[in-house]
Design a protein around this ligand. Structure first.
Ligand code: SF4
Length: 368
């Protein structure tokens, strides 16, 4: 092995060939039987890669199957309404992924005649498509020689090359991307990228890699140096704040009031029950009454505690106190939400809600 000026080790060409050969042979017999691996259809591969960002395989599978049934191709997704798209994404989180995929398909129909662009450069221009997705999709679907470095692949690379770089910072992305590009098979880049991802998922796991079962252990620098437990290096996560939220389920006869969030930003386009942050020195029930008035213009007289929900987002957590509210007065005048509906309890399932709301919806009593 030789060492680059930057002190990052790189392998000799013949060693890289052996790594490719051993990894591809292992992948051939060890790969999991996943629905998106049964096809070379670029749209299916793209949908799966988008879903798998920030989501575990086991969680993504049923979402992928429902999504593909509803939207089997680019045209079907492009012509769907955004609410149907969000409903099928409900609970998967990171809803910008769904909104961007939808927009990208509309762009493909209008600018590419419905054909997914095959080059990395054109595909990379689509909404929501970053380096990783562009490399993964164009290599798997179109055989482009692009190394794809997701979290699993970065971990394998960090250990294989003994890279003392944190894997969880954007500043190290370029290095991992460069190494992935150096390693990727020129003959079968799609299978090689998937093999690297699969090795990271099944063998080179974060805490205890199964090095004795690893097809490339004899080339692994961390393994030979006894450093697999130290690598990859991660910068410590920042402590995330917890926000106290109050939410009101407003009942009026058999109907409940739901409001729609503005189309962009966190949870954009989803429906929810009105509410917001509890201010300092304010009770959650007072905050609930105040937030309902500020967001909807309605006054509520009765506010009865229903439950407390805890939920974690990427950069913060929430503790959400939920109240059943009734005795309304005033006229609806929205400030914040962009739409509202009065719906029955049964009709709630027609609308896409954030996961935190889905946690308490089953607890809402039937007002018969
Ligand atoms: Fe990962 Fe161990 Fe294989 Fe190295 S030998 S790539 S640490 S599983």
């Amino acid at each position: 092995m030789k060492t680059q000026q930057s002190s990052i080790p790189i392998f000799q060409r013949d060693v890289i060939q052996k790594i490719r050969h051993h990894l591809l042979a292992w992948y051939e017999i060890s790969q999991r039987d996943l629905p998106w691996r049964k096809t070379k259809n670029p749209y299916s591969i793209w949908v799966s890669e988008v879903m798998l960002q920030q989501t575990r395989v086991i969680t993504a599978i049923p979402y992928f199957e429902r999504f593909m049934e509803a939207f089997p191709n680019v045209e079907a997704l492009a012509k769907s309404g955004s609410q149907k798209v969000l409903k099928l994404w409900e609970g998967l989180g990171y809803y910008a992924r769904a909104r961007n995929l939808h927009k990208a398909c509309q762009m493909i129909v209008s600018e590419y005649g419905g054909n997914i662009p095959e080059t990395y450069e054109n595909f990379r221009q689509l909404p929501g498509v970053g380096d990783y997705i562009a490399c993964a999709v164009t290599s798997i679907a179109f055989g482009k020689v692009r190394g794809a470095a997701d979290a699993n692949v970065k971990r394998v690379i960090a250990r294989l090359l003994c890279l003392d770089l944190p894997v969880n910072t954007t500043s190290s992305n370029a290095v991992f991307q460069r190494e992935a590009q150096a390693l990727v098979s020129r003959k079968d880049p799609g299978a090689f990228n998937q093999a690297m991802m699969e090795l990271g998922a099944l063998v080179c796991s974060p805490s205890e890699p199964s090095c004795t079962k690893c097809p490339i252990s004899k080339f692994c620098t961390a393994f030979s140096a006894g450093k697999t437990a130290e690598l990859p290096r991660r910068l410590p996560k920042k402590k995330v704040p917890t926000h106290h939220i109050a939410v009101g389920v407003i009942q009026h006869g058999k109907k409940l009031l739901i409001t729609k969030r503005k189309p962009d930003g966190l949870l954009g386009g989803l429906w929810e029950f009105p509410g917001g942050k509890v201010e300092k020195k304010e009770g959650a029930d007072q905050a609930c009454v105040r937030e309902i008035f500020e967001e909807t213009g309605l006054r509520v007289k009765n506010c009865e505690f229903l439950t407390r929900i805890r939920h974690a987002y990427t950069h913060f957590r929430i503790e959400m106190d939920v109240f059943m509210c009734s005795g309304i007065s005033g006229k609806i005048c929205l400030d914040g939400p962009v739409d509202y509906r009065w719906v029955t309890r049964e009709q709630l399932s027609d609308f896409p809600f954030p996961k935190a709301n889905l946690k308490f919806i089953p607890l809402i009593p039937d007002n018969k």
